[in-house]
Write a protein that binds this ligand. Structure first.
Ligand SMILES: Cc1cc2nc3c(=O)[nH]c(=O)nc-3n(C[C@H](O)[C@H](O)[C@H](O)COP(=O)(O)O)c2cc1C
Length: 145
């Protein structure tokens, strides 16, 4: 959708960037994992982000937090600023009735504390397993605030 609107966007699925759980001793011994370096470079190169997350027990999944933590660290290329001053939008979905809207609160807090401007508008899609047709469009039920 971003590309349709002429936005130069890069789609990232965290599944494509496996990395170990953050461990300071591991970092001291081996430095930043290669996939964390790749993701950090992407964050540094982009002006803004649109993060779509599932909700785990009212919060963000450990996968997302682990990536956020790794790429907040300095690396050998010394790309130090992946977050500060960037702009971000957030969205969630879940198979349940709340559409993951509770994860949007900690997500907003996490990135706000990293110096990201999280725009006030946000989206959650409930009953997500029924929300899209076989072509992936259009969403039937969207909660936008
Ligand atoms: C550990 C765990 C906690 C979950 N907690 C919530 C929750 O708080 N709210 C919710 O709507 N769904 C919750 N779910 C259901 C997820 O929304 C659903 O499993 C979703 O498909 C997860 O997306 P993923 O497969 O991309 O991780 C939870 C699922 C797991 C595995």
């Amino acid at each position: 959708m971003a590309e349709e609107k002429g936005i130069d966007a890069t789609f990232v699925d965290l599944r494509d960037y496996p990395m170990p759980l953050y461990d300071g001793d591991l970092e001291d011994e081996q430095g930043m994992p290669e996939n964390a370096k790749k993701l950090k470079k992407l964050f540094v190169e982009h002006d803004g982000f649109f993060i779509v997350s599932p909700e785990y027990n009212s919060s963000y999944p450990p996968l997302l937090k682990n990536v956020v933590d790794w790429i907040s660290r300095s690396d050998s290329e010394d790309l130090v600023e992946p977050y500060k001053g960037k702009t971000m939008a957030i969205a969630a979905s879940s198979p349940g009735g709340l559409g993951g809207m509770r994860v949007l609160v900690p997500l907003r807090m996490l990135f706000g504390n990293l110096g990201v401007h999280v725009v006030p508008s946000q989206v959650s899609v409930n009953f997500v397993t029924k929300a899209f047709d076989e072509n992936g469009m259009p969403p039937l039920i969207i909660n936008a605030t």
